[in-house]
Design a protein around this ligand. Structure first.
Ligand code: DC
Length: 217
């Protein structure tokens, strides 16, 4: 049976870096589910015609579902998916239940049949332990103070702290406040606060949690 690790957390909490470290450490396949949502946003932007208004909710909903259905795993390797600009559109379309239904299918297929015949899979995101893999063997909720998170992202992207902080706060409100699959710490999840941890310390903590869980399985 494939060993499943679900890692959730808010923007710039370190969950992606930790998930990559876990995948490397154990030779597991890794899926960054944020990229699945970002790929849908990318496809949505490509569907827009001149004059289309991103604030037109009906238009966005129709196009977003079409965009989500068009996403294939290869999209995740495409250019221009990272960055706060596309993250904003991503966060807007990820409130839509129909979009989530379509993209959840892709994520579950990955979890059920990870590429390369590996012994385990790690998926990071917002609703992995609550919705995508509620039966995961290990659930980790990564958190960090919002100012620390904004500081990390500002350095990464070479941008002004105040601007990034405002964007991340808006995204937190949307990701945690949405009706469908909001960001939540799942029942039974282990909370890992990375505010005062280095990347290496954060990964080491996660590896330890998983090692213990595997030993008891
Ligand atoms: O993890 P990220 O910053 O790449 O995610 C971008 C956006 O995608 C995030 O604001 C919310 C959405 N998302 C989601 O709703 N559910 C997931 N499992 C992953 C991402």
């Amino acid at each position: 049976m494939v060993f499943r690790v679900a890692i959730d957390g808010p923007a710039a909490s370190g969950k992606g870096t930790i998930a990559r470290g876990v995948a490397e450490g154990f030779g597991f396949a890794h899926l960054e589910s944020g990229l699945v949502y970002r790929a849908a946003a990318r496809r949505l932007l490509d569907l827009l015609s001149p004059g289309d208004d991103l604030n037109d909710e009906r238009l966005m909903a129709t196009l977003a579902v079409r965009a989500a259905r068009a996403v294939v795993m290869e999209d995740l390797n495409g250019p221009g998916l990272r960055g706060e600009e596309i993250a904003d559109v991503t966060s807007r379309i990820s409130v839509l239940g129909e979009v989530r239904d379509v993209l959840r299918g892709l994520q579950r297929s990955f979890a059920d049949a990870p590429p390369g015949g590996v012994s385990g899979v790690v998926i990071d995101g917002r609703d992995i332990a609550t919705v995508v893999m509620p039966d995961a063997d290990v659930k980790i909720y990564v958190d960090a103070d919002v100012c620390v998170r904004a500081g990390r992202r500002a350095v990464e992207e070479g941008r002004e702290l105040g601007e990034v902080l405002a964007e991340i706060e808006a995204r937190d409100v949307r990701d945690s406040g949405r009706r469908v699959a909001p960001l939540r710490c799942a029942e039974g999840a282990i909370v890992l606060d990375t505010s005062h941890l280095t990347i290496e310390e954060s990964i080491a903590s996660a590896l330890e949690v998983i090692r213990t869980a595997r030993a008891g399985r």
